[in-house]
Ligand binder design. Sequence first.
Ligand code: IGP
Length: 256
Amino acid sequence: MSKLSAAFTSGKAFIPFIVAGDPDKDSTVNNIVAMANAGADIIELGIPFSDPVADGPVIQAGDLRAFAGGISVDGIFDIVATARKQTARPIVFLTYANIPFKYGYDKFCKRCSELGVAGLVIPDLPYEEQDEIRPFTKKYGLDLIMLITLNSGDRVAKLAESAEGFIYVVSSEGITGERDEFDQRLAGLFAEIKAHTNVPAALGFGIHTPQQARDLSRFADGIIVGSAIVELAAQYGSKAAPEIGKYTAAMKAAIK
Ligand SMILES: O=P(O)(O)OC[C@@H](O)[C@@H](O)c1c[nH]c2ccccc12
């Protein structure tokens, strides 16, 4: 079984997101280790990008802090290598398609597999263009994470059937960021996905409170949170690890 799918076997999974290099490499390592020690089941590490079309203001600000700290893709690989000495928890990259393309698909995926990065979430990679990178994710044993939204319509079946690791269900239209209400149709979307695959499906976009996480995990196999954590990184800077750890523990406890 894929390492990512296995992270869902002992209950609901909590999947926190941070921006790599926000505000520097050492802090990112500390934040990864804090989230792992606090019970994160998978860690989603964002590779900052100059044109992050799906990122809301909180994550864009994290990207800018990371750029100001001089982050690079190789610097991000260094972060993972250092974190790996302290935790074996699965890591996935959230990356826009241009980054592995420019780095070179083969070299990028090879480096990921050497460091134990288990999968890639590529929000701007259309289903029809997956074939460009899939030979390389396959070659190096990485899971290519499918994104499914309420607007996926009749593509839900083929997306679910080609899924590996886990499925990222996007809760809402638009950009990342905290929300107070969620679409009533989400439970039905999960049911539809489950009719096509046994690959676990996690929900992200807008979730920030333990109560929301608890409610939504009635039908979602996992809960993904980004902006609320990146906000802690903004507030506490290089001293954010204990705060991020506390938040992770509270969210994990809510969905257990
Ligand atoms: O920030 P939120 O609303 O908690 O959503 C998670 C999200 O940040 C993270 O998974 C993510 C960051 N950038 C993205 C771009 C597309 C899809 C998802 C993401």
